[in-house]
Ligand binder design. Structure first.
Ligand code: NAD
Length: 395
């Protein structure tokens, strides 16, 4: 009987496991492996970092949502020995496979930036998200005693999706902490290298987001290239100038980009930022028994010739096709090509606002209605990958 091993129970891994349970021939062994017992809604980590959600609000037990025919194993993957078709672990005996799915998700990327590891706080999982809130909270609390103005300053490095959604959520956090510790104004600054934020959105929507954040007191520096992080400052240059400027802050948060899992690189695959370029069928050219989905994969967009941007929505769309293709391989049937049609792009600006650009029909939404669109798209994803009707919503 065929043995399928799925590494990672994020959106991609869970999505494949549930679909395979329905489609795979009876007797197929399906193992789903993750180092954690819980699936974490990584697109909601910013809420834990801002203190507006608790870890349990954005996570759920993997075992509770998978079909009976899927066998869950909690273990930490070390590498995939693809020559011998087995997976090695740091805390479990090797597991052999006929087909393996790499769906191990992302990690924060610091691009070797001086001081980033030492002096800034990355956002990549529950512990790092909790640490961010702890640092912000304790700096505000300590201000009364320290009278250090940097205690009141928060710097968010990078204004991609993660940075923007965190900034939006921090608006309320700042109000709450200001009142709680009776401190003067809390200053939040975003430092972004690109000339404009949110280039993936229509310019009107991106401008709405900028205006919203500015109106709520957030300072946005664009065209500001971060050069290093110091103990209490983000050092950057503007435009062509070499002159170093600083944003001083005791809470420095790093959201400057992500890579795929280090397991991908450590296994010796050909990678760029720990991502493997997959075929149109979502497997690897020289190893068709290895499928890759989500943040560990680079699916080339035929229109641009560049990898599609990684999102939860993309991971789940890939999961659908990869599951069908694994079953086709088991049945010696032809494989299906992956064609991605994004349903749209949404970003939240705090719990009740956001921007959204839907594709079919093409509509642009702002404010509360965009935030509702984000919540419902999130619920669709959740239902498909876990069969549940939503986690606790923002208050
Ligand atoms: P990202 O790569 O999307 O954004 C990083 C930002 O940092 C970019 O705007 C980049 O210009 C900036 N940057 C890079 N180097 C810099 C430097 N030296 N100085 C200043 N700025 C610099 O990364 P992310 O925001 O962490 O998102 C990670 C992935 O997760 C993305 O693929 C994103 O699409 C996805 N995501 C999607 C959603 C959503 O769909 N709502 C939410 C969160 C994350």
């Amino acid at each position: 009987m065929a043995h399928i091993v799925i590494l990672g129970a994020g959106y991609g891994g869970l999505g494949i496991a549930r679909k395979l349970a329905k489609l795979a021939p009876e007797g197929t062994i399906i193992d789903l492996i993750d180092r954690n017992k819980k699936h974490v809604e990584s697109i909601q980590l910013y809420r834990v970092a801002a203190g507006t959600a608790q870890p349990d609000d954005i996570s759920f037990d993997i075992q509770a949502v998978i079909p009976e025919s899927v066998h869950f194993i909690q273990a930490n993957v070390k590498k995939v020995d693809y020559e011998n078709k087995k997976v090695e672990f740091t805390d479990h005996a090797d597991i052999s496979y006929d087909y393996v799915v790499l769906a191990l998700g992302f990690r924060s990327e610091n691009f070797g930036m001086e001081g980033a590891n030492e002096y800034s706080y990355k956002l990549q999982d529950i512990p790092t998200a909790q640490k961010i809130y702890q640092v912000i909270n304790s700096n505000m609390r300590d201000y009364k005693q320290s009278q250090d103005p940097n205690d009141l300053n928060i710097a968010v490095c990078g204004a991609g999706f993660t940075g923007i959604e965190l900034l939006g959520e921090l608006i309320d956090t700042a109000k709450v902490l200001k009142a709680k510790y009776n401190v003067p104004e809390i200053n939040i600054t975003s430092i972004e290298m690109a000339p404009q934020i949110l280039p993936m959105f229509d310019s009107q929507l991106a401008q709405y987001a900028v205006n919203f954040l500015k109106k709520n007191g957030i300072k946005i520096l664009t065209g500001a290239k971060i050069k290093k992080i110091e103990q209490n400052a983000v050092v950057y240059t503007k435009g062509d100038s070499d002159e170093e400027q600083r944003v001083y802050a005791n809470s420095i948060i790093w959201t400057v980009g992500v890579s795929g899992s280090d397991v991908i690189k450590d296994s010796g695959f050909d990678v760029k930022r720990n991502r493997i370029t997959v075929t149109d069928y979502l497997n690897i050219q020289d190893h068709p028994e290895i499928y890759v989905v989500g943040d560990d994969s680079a699916s080339i967009d035929p229109k641009s010739g560049r990898p599609l941007p990684t999102t939860g929505q993309l991971a789940l769309a890939q999961a659908r096709v990869a599951a069908v293709n694994i079953v086709a391989a088991l049945n010696n049937a032809p494989q299906k090509k992956f064609n991605y049609n994004s349903a749209g792009t949404v970003a939240s600006l705090g719990p009740h606002h956001g921007i959204a650009e839907m594709t079919k029909p093409h509509i642009k939404l702002t404010g509360h209605v965009a935030s509702l669109a984000k919540n419902s798209s999130f619920e669709v994803v959740l239902y498909e990958c876990a069969g549940i009707k939503g986690l606790k919503k923002p208050n």
